[in-house]
Design a protein around this ligand. Structure first.
Ligand code: CP
Length: 361
């Protein structure tokens, strides 16, 4: 089967096709209303969600299929110590496709290795959120009419904000893209995203500390929440939580056709007064999430099997290096192999296959 773990599991052509199908669904939803009759989507949410889980469920229901699942780890046998792999093997008996969210980075990779039905990563810790990226791409293409030649401001928690990491990876494949990375020093985009995506692909970017210095040049402003649940130190969260608040005053310096986005939930990053500004796109973005997930479910259920992308690297470093990232799935699942890929073999630099934590051997 085909999984979606990372946005890069989809080619640009496949993303274009998903956007095209989503637009067709928006234009004629009745045409698709029985497309998944008899099929079951399992939504396994080990971490809270409103939009992602409910839009997946609405997507499957609107396709004529059915849904089952759980919305918190505590109501599943995870609370009794069941592993991710065993949970997935069990759900394989009851469903045709799985959307899962898990607080540990790399958990969907573990799931995909235990599954013979498609796994969709609905967010793994601070790592990736590929279906949010598909949602964002559909929203931008509908509002701007293009996915190239854009200056994109990413603002807030760029360290733990998984939507940001997936969005940068996706836009790195389009032309004429510039990024302005707006964050406090402590919450900058991780180094590996800069070196291995932005620098490697020659994508122009600059890092700034205020919204004001970025605003006039932006076509897209992508606000994000400071991710309280990812902070080891609550005092550090309290210090940083109100770093950025977008209000009407700051928007006075923005382009008239700026597209203001936010994956939501917002806490305090966007004043509610901005909601009625025609440039506010974030609730339309939430709606786009349902349509692009309908297109994705249709695609994955129709696909023939391809091997898990991890397999081709397995011979590299298996149980020779151990991941010490406490947010990695290897920190809680005792049975799984620790797998590293070399990123610079000559200098012994390698990266965890699950969470991408870098180390040197
Ligand atoms: N955007 C997003 O992932 O929202 P939820 O956490 O509500 O699913």
């Amino acid at each position: 089967m085909r999984n979606l773990i990372d946005i890069l599991d989809l080619s640009v052509e496949e993303i274009d096709e998903l956007i095209s199908v989503a637009n067709d669904i928006i234009a004629d939803p009745v045409k698709y209303s029985e497309s998944c009759k008899g099929k079951i989507l399992a939504t396994l949410f080990f971490e809270p969600s409103t939009r992602t889980r409910l839009s997946f469920e609405a997507a499957m229901l609107n396709l004529g299929g059915s849904v089952l699942g759980f919305s918190e780890a505590g109501s599943s046998s995870t609370a009794k110590g069941e592993s991710v792999a065993d949970t997935i093997r069990t759900v394989n008996c009851y469903a045709d496709i799985i959307a899962m969210r898990h607080p540990k980075e790399g958990a969907p990779i573990v799931a995909s290795k235990a599954s013979h039905i498609p796994i969709i990563n609905a967010g793994d810790g601070g790592h990736f959120h590929p279906t949010q990226t598909l949602t964002d791409l559909l929203t931008i293409s509908r509002h701007k009419g293009r996915l190239n030649d854009l200056t994109i401001g990413l603002c807030g928690d760029l360290k733990f904000g998984r939507t940001v990491h997936s969005l940068i990876a996706a836009f790195a494949r389009y032309s004429g893209i510039k990024f302005v990375l707006i964050s406090p020093e402590e919450l900058r985009v991780p180094e590996y995203v800069k070196t291995e995506t932005l620098d490697k692909k020659g994508i122009p970017y600059r890092e700034v500390k205020t919204l004001e210095e970025a605003m006039p040049e932006l076509d897209i402003l992508y606000m994000t929440r400071i991710q309280r649940e990812r902070f080891a130190d609550p005092a550090e969260y309290e210090r940083l939580k109100n770093s950025f608040v977008l209000d009407l005053e700051k928007l006075e310096h923005a382009k008239k056709d700026l597209c203001i986005m936010h994956p939501l939930p917002r806490v305090n990053e966007i004043s509610t007064k901005v909601d009625s500004d025609p440039r506010a796109c974030y609730f339309d973005q939430a709606l786009c999430g349902k349509y692009i997930r309908m297109a994705l479910i249709l695609k994955l259920l129709a696909e023939t099997p391809v091997p898990c992308s991890l397999d081709e690297h397995e011979e590299e470093l298996v149980n020779k290096v151990f991941c010490d990232n406490p947010r990695c799935i290897t920190s809680v699942e005792q049975e799984i192999d620790h797998i590293f890929h070399y990123t610079d073999k000559e200098n012994g630099v390698c990266r965890c296959a699950y969470c991408e934590a870098q180390t040197k051997i």
